[in-house]
Each structure stands twice: as structure tokens, then as C-alpha cells.
Ligand binder design. Sequence first.
Ligand SMILES: [Zn+2]
Length: 458
Amino acid sequence: MLPYLSIDSFNKEIHLIVPEWLFLKCGPVRDHAVVVSKNLFIAVGMVSTIKSEFPDLVPTDLPGTLLMPGFIDTHHHLTSAFGKALVFGEPSEIWRRVWVPLERHLDEEHLYLASKLASLEALRGGFTTVCEAGTRGTLGVDAISRATTEVGIKCVLGLICNDLDGNKTPQNSDLIIDRALKHILKWHSHNLVHPSLSVSIPEAATNGILAKISAICAESNCVFQTHANEHLSTVERSLELLNMRPIEHLYSIGALGPQALLAHATLVTPTELKMIYDTGSAVSYNPVASAWKGNAVAPALLMMALGIRFGIGTDGTRSDGFRLMDYAEAAQRFVFGIPVGDSSCGGGWTWVDQATAHGADVLKLGQTTGEIAVGKDADFLLIDLQVPEMLPSWDISWELVRLANRDQIIGVFVSGKLRLWKGWPTDWDARSLMAQISASAKKIVSQAPIIKIHKTRN
Ligand SMILES: [Zn+2]
């Protein structure tokens, strides 16, 4: 780590940064520099060119450092941050037994504290954007937006629009649609919060609402989120009720399209893959979720070969961009690569791209983030490469996937602003937040009507 660097080194209106390595869309390059002005990259190019274009700027030289795009988490549940190891070892559909009972038990303040903790964890793991799948009730949405904005992370904020949700009689669809439209209107031009609409799982809404909410997203150029084909029980319930699998169901009512983001899509048939491709829908590949509570691993490399758009998501499991990429590659190796002798499973660069630029694309933020390029928001990480694990360095892309560690993240910048320095926020007191959570979270969670199959040991 560079001893002379400090937070003040980056406290400038316009800033010329010269890292040893810069991660561009074409891969890592040397002898390149960027200029950040306010929230944007206004110049990216060869050091000599940039210095001659901006002769008045004093460059900040960062030897031994990589400047790379921030990670994009395409599927999160920020309000679940108090659960953590509570769900470890539990069988699938933990949302029924743990997450929904917990979420309904938390008041607005606790939803806010949980979301702020999760947002901080995300920044510490190198994420500059998270996609929130949605929480029940308006209180949760307000709590999440307050938390993510204070932490300074970008958030694609899903509003749950279920009209069934366990009930046989649908709720008033006009009210749901009205709330959805207001949500989009409220956030459509915010710099950190981007509106999105969600239906938790297809069975939680009527066909009318599923189709309408998806259509509103298409018209508003925002993302329609739903969990699809994650668990065997959900797939079988759909078959029993409708004689269709969940993705077939969404397809049959016209709810798929470029606006649709399907979380998980692990138990997918060839027919469903074709439906996803034909409609231009996107997928959040969530490999850690598969390992911890899933029934399968999404065929991400097959999706890529077919031209299906996908990003990588944590599903609220663990906010660590490097370990997420490692899992993304390893899960493909274990399940699909080893049986057919595929030793590279896309190569390291594939997973860096999926965790950055492709993640931005599936969230409809490809115009503004996900890569280091002129005109894009300055959402980036400074990574310390001077660690034993990456010496000697032969291939930075592969090394980021298999060797890099979260503690190498020196700085996290969102829209040009330094939000995290050596793991801690620059403008608010994270330890005070942690103390507040330590004082109340365990008591609150223990009072929620959670059903666990396994007992905890402390
Ligand atoms: Zn989820």
C-alpha cells in the first residue's frame, strides 16, 4: 500500500489518476490514466496524451495499484442483513420460514439499520451498485433508499407488487399499479437510486398483475424482477397449479422481455432457455446462493454461449466481489466444466466482465456504469496489487478471480466520490452503526416467528 496516500489525496474537483494498471473493457492495460471530474470519467487514455491534454493537473501516481470498475451485484436482499448464519444449513425455500417472518417483524428503524449494514458490507466487498429485489411494504422501501443513499452506494430499488402473496383473493390491482407508477416517478431521475418493480415469485401475483407490472417496466425502461426456477418445490407447485414451469408461465403471459431480470434461473429446461433468449430477458446468476441453499447451479456458460444476458448476484449471502467471482467460476467448473473437460470455464476475464459491465447491462445501467470509459460515472475501485498472493503476476484477470482478496481494496468510489477508504466510510461513523445493531438486532430477530430446522449453537 502506498504510504503517502490518504483520503485527502482524492479530495479534488478534477483529478488525474495514473494507476500502474487500468482495467478497461478490453482487459488490463499499463501506461494509462483517467481524469475524473465531479461524477464522471472525462478522459481515459495513454498517460502521455492525457497529461498533454490536462497540463495544469497534478497527477496522482499509483504504482502497484489497479484501477478497475466497481462490482455490480445484480440480486440482493438488503433488509436480510440481520439473518446471516441463521439460515446456514437450512433446506431450500428459507424465504418462507425465515426471511418473510423476519422481514415482517422488523419495524422501519430496523429495516433501515439492516439495509445500512448490508450497504456497508457491499461497499467493503467492492460493489458500487446493488440490485435490491424488494421488501414488503412502503416502510421497507423508504428505509432501504435512506440507507443506500447515506452509504453512497447505487441501488436499483425493487418495489414488491405482489397481489396474491399467500392469499387466494387478489388485492386491488389499481392500488398496486398506482403505487408502482409513483415509485417509478419518485426515483426516475435520482443519481443513486434507480426504480424497479418486482413480483417475489410468479405464484405471488395474478397473471394480470405480472403482465402489467412487467409492461410498466418495459415502458419506463426499468427492470422487472422476479425469482424464477430457483427451487424444486416452486417449480413443482407451478406445474401442479398451471401445468407450466415458472419461466414457461411468465413467457405464456408475455411477462418476459428485455426488462425482465430473472433471479437464479437454476432449474431451467432447454425450452425455458430458448424463451429467455428469444425474449431478450436477463438472468442474475447467484452461485453462492446455489451453494448455500439451492437445488442447482444456473448453466451460466451455456447461457453466455446462447447469447443470454446475465450478471452475477449475491442474493444477500455474502457481499464480497472477489469471492463471488471465484464462486461463479468454480461452480461452473464443478457442475459443467469438469464433466466435459473444460479446464478454463470462460477464463478469468469472463467473470470480471460478468461482474462489472454485464451486470450493469442487465440492470439497464450500461449507459452509465460498469466500465472505465469516457462519459460513464466514475464508479471504481483502487486495488493494491503489491501483495504476496499476486506475485509474480502473470494474468491480472485470472488473478482477480482466483487470488485477489477484499482486503486489497484501498478505495471505493461511487459517482466520483470516495465512499470507502481502507474498508471504512469516509463521511459517516460505521462503528457507531455497528454498536447500535449489536445492541438490538439479536433481540429483535429472536422475537420474530422464524421456523428453523437446525438449532443454532450459541
Ligand atoms: Zn433472492
